[in-house]
Design a protein around this ligand. Structure first.
Ligand code: PMV
Length: 313
């Protein structure tokens, strides 16, 4: 029997990370140049329930049962069984691979979960609808984010631009005029759960100040939506810089991220900001398409270990 495989893209948050955990809106788009893949193969000679996991990108080659109970791969297998009312899984090998850098703000954890849920449910003869895939992937996000807003699993499951508000129906974000973004990686791994937990501690200590910062970020996300939907994108770059400044005040930027933001602006980007959980990981820069190579080179010189030029549409 051939392997059943499924894919899921990466993502970037254009506006609103962290504030989105506290109910403010955020805008996110999929990034199709990077993706996670899950492939499930039957193992007819294996004992029932023997699930072999091969995930070299995260240094896992083991039996599923040897992973911690709260590990996302265990969570997915458990939830898919519950959902499909299956007592025990047949023997199989699951191969997971991804070109999305881990712990870097591009949604690698959510993408692996989405690909795995899709491949496993299809392998069991019951491919799940996006709504269900999204709901299950959200549960695995607790492992990566602690208290996830749900934005990563949503934009990745539906692979479309979204205007996202926690616990509200999903809204598609219309991009009236495509634009070019460079994604640049500091190369510093930064687990989202740590940044999200630190922000929560600060918010508990000084909730008035943090609520004000979240309000300002939410306002930027709302205005950015209008701008993107009208196609009059002149102010977009400035709004990215404002969003970055607010993320610095929240305490989730870092010297490496600020260096890349400045390098992009010096090289002629219209705007730039960190993207995702922060502290390390990736930043994004809004550029004129004809200036993209020049800004990407400046980012590489300033220390980026990888750049991706992508058209948001
Ligand atoms: O997974 P990351 O690093 O792209 O961050 C997701 C965005 C946060 O707002 C920081 C967390 C969340 O759950 O929304």
């Amino acid at each position: 029997m051939p392997a059943i495989s499924a894919y899921a893209p990466g993502k970037i948050i254009l506006f609103g990370e962290h504030a989105v955990v506290y109910g403010r809106p955020a805008l996110a788009v999929p990034v199709m140049q990077v993706k996670a893949r899950a492939a499930v193969l039957a193992n007819p000679r294996g004992a029932s329930g023997l699930i072999r996991i091969e995930a070299p990108d995260v240094q896992i080659t083991s039996n599923l049962s040897d992973l911690p109970d709260d590990h996302p791969f265990q969570t997915v297998a458990r939830m898919v069984c519950e959902e499909l009312k299956i007592q025990s899984l047949p023997a199989m090998t699951i191969r997971l691979s991804s070109t999305i850098p881990t712990a870097s703000g591009l949604g690698s954890g959510a993408a692996i979960s989405v690909a795995l849920i899709r491949a496993l449910s299809a392998f069991l003869g019951h491919p799940m609808a996006d709504e269900k895939v999204n709901a299950l992937a959200y549960e695995t996000e607790r492992y990566y984010h602690g208290s996830p807003s749900g934005i990563d699993n949503t934009v990745i499951t539906y692979a479309m631009p979204v205007y996202f508000v926690r616990d509200q129906p999903i809204e598609r974000l219309t991009i009236a005029r495509p634009f070019t973004v460079i994604i640049a990686d500091t190369g510093i791994k930064s687990p989202t759960i740590e940044a999200v937990s630190d922000v929560r501690r600060c918010w508990q200590v000084d909730s008035d100040r943090y609520e004000r910062l979240f309000d300002q970020i939410g306002q930027i996300a709302r205005s950015a939506r209008q701008i993107l939907e009208s196609g009059e994108t002149d102010r977009l770059g400035r709004m990215m810089v404002q969003n970055h400044t607010l993320l610095c005040e929240i305490g989730v930027s870092s010297a490496a991220l600020d260096t890349l933001v400045l390098a992009a602006m010096d090289a002629g980007a219209q705007g730039a900001k960190l993207c995702g959980g922060g502290r390390g990981g990736n930043m994004i820069a809004l550029v004129d398409p004809e200036n993209a190579e020049k800004v990407a080179q400046a980012l590489n010189r300033a220390g980026a270990c990888r750049t991706i030029i992508t058209e948001v549409k």
